[in-house]
Write a protein that binds this ligand. Sequence first.
Ligand code: NAD
Length: 521
Amino acid sequence: MLLKQVFIGRKHLLSTYNCGLVMFPIRRLTSATGPFNFVGGKRVEPVDRLCDTIVINPAKGEELCHVPSSGKLEVARAVSAAKEAFKTWSQFSNTERGKMLTAVGSKIRSNLEDIAHLEVLNNGKPIWEARVDIASCADAFEYFGGTIASLTGQHVPLQGDNFAMVCREPLGVVVGIGAWNFPLQTCSWKVAPALACGNTMVYKPSQLTPLTAILLAEILTEVGVPKGVLNIVQGAGETGSHMCHHPDVAKISFTGSVATGVNIMTAAAAGMKKVTLELGGKSPLIIFNDADVDNAVKAAMVANFLSQGQVCSNGTRVFVQNAIAEEVLERLVNATNNLKIGDPFEEDTTVGATISEEQAEKVLSYIKEAEKKGAIVLCGGRRISLPAPLDNGIFVSPCILSNCHDDMRVVKEEVFGAVMTFLTFSTEEEVVQRANKTPYGLAGGVFTRDLSRAFRVIRQLEAGTVWINNYNLYPPELPFGGYKWSGIGRENGTAVFEHYTQTKTVFVETGDVDAGPLYPQ
Ligand code: NAD
């Protein structure tokens, strides 16, 4: 039955899957064949649909499937399922919920290869990167499954025999909305802590990468998470907007651009909903003269060219102190010229496909404008044609721009593509001032062997995460989120429990009420 569905429904999918790739188990293969919403514990067609989104494989520029966008009624159905499930899920003990979420982590790990392949097919990132992403999803479920039992309230002794309890309670129905660059990781970083705390969720992946979230919902059901605890609805901004305006939603947890973050905050304000916003960045990576140049160059590659540069925390403003600037630049250009742009399923590919034609155009236009303003393209920055079957794929070569100045748009704005801007500096004071000259504040990196300097600099950097002598590492134990325009709230670490719970203070009177002059004794 399933085999027939695949052959008849999506012939083109089969050719993609069979193209020299590891064969998918048929059960998982059907995940790309719909239905694509998951409400009340099963895959469903939306009860009302807006227009379909055509989902593509960016490495081949070919269609994978059509996904119907959900309208207001479908959003309402999903919120209602989550609201119903909240009644029981919130009553489970933390330990019970933790055990199930840990089991989700193990199940993700045992299906890692299949899930990573589906992610690559839809997102275009190299397979080795997708494996790391999916392992980090498992980490998130195992981490929150393990730590949630330690989330307890407080007992507060008061005057006399009186005391108070500060209870920690879930919020209710949480809406999650994600970006396309780390599709399942974005989803897991929201689902795992929100559910651990006893909330239920309606999640919408990006319309560009809708496929893996539905696998996660199925895995939750397989390990026994009750129906309605996690619901997936598909769609673009209009669907997201319906989710954010729904009166039964207590909180919105969003990952995406600043512009959309502003819209979401406005919607949240109208309904007095809580928000977590994980937004964009334009982070500095600072290399001092005394740095270990090998490490600094390696980290700058990671900080710029992972996932075709489509990483929110990327250190795209590379500041190098004058004395070593020439050496660092030469090594960066050599390393970048040695990257292999190609089929994301080949193990030695280092640069895969850009997510969409629109994104590729945007990246190239930033480079073109910078060149006009005097920047020099030292490598890359071009649309690349690869032989069939990738001849319609969306490939852009990683670019290093020198001769940049801080007022260029390519230095000030988030490009969200593989474009490194190389900048030089003289003094510590100067570089700190320039590094902070941005409305963003997501991340930053400092490379030096002088620990005093490292701490002096990181204390002054206006950013939510700062790495000393490394870059772009996010273990689940550590809070992640932005200063300034880069967001509100944190994901990961136990800090996130603050964002998915609320406290209820219970004052316990053990003696007589003292009403003062209002009711004299
Ligand atoms: P986007 O803002 O265009 O879309 C993000 C999500 O919001 C999508 O699911 C989209 O459908 C939805 N959406 C759009 N309009 C909406 C509305 N009015 N109401 C509700 N939902 C709406 O962002 P993108 O292009 O998908 O992702 C790229 C951006 O995400 C970059 O700026 C990047 O820095 C940021 N990002 C941040 C982090 C982080 O953790 N800080 C991580 C990944 C990506």
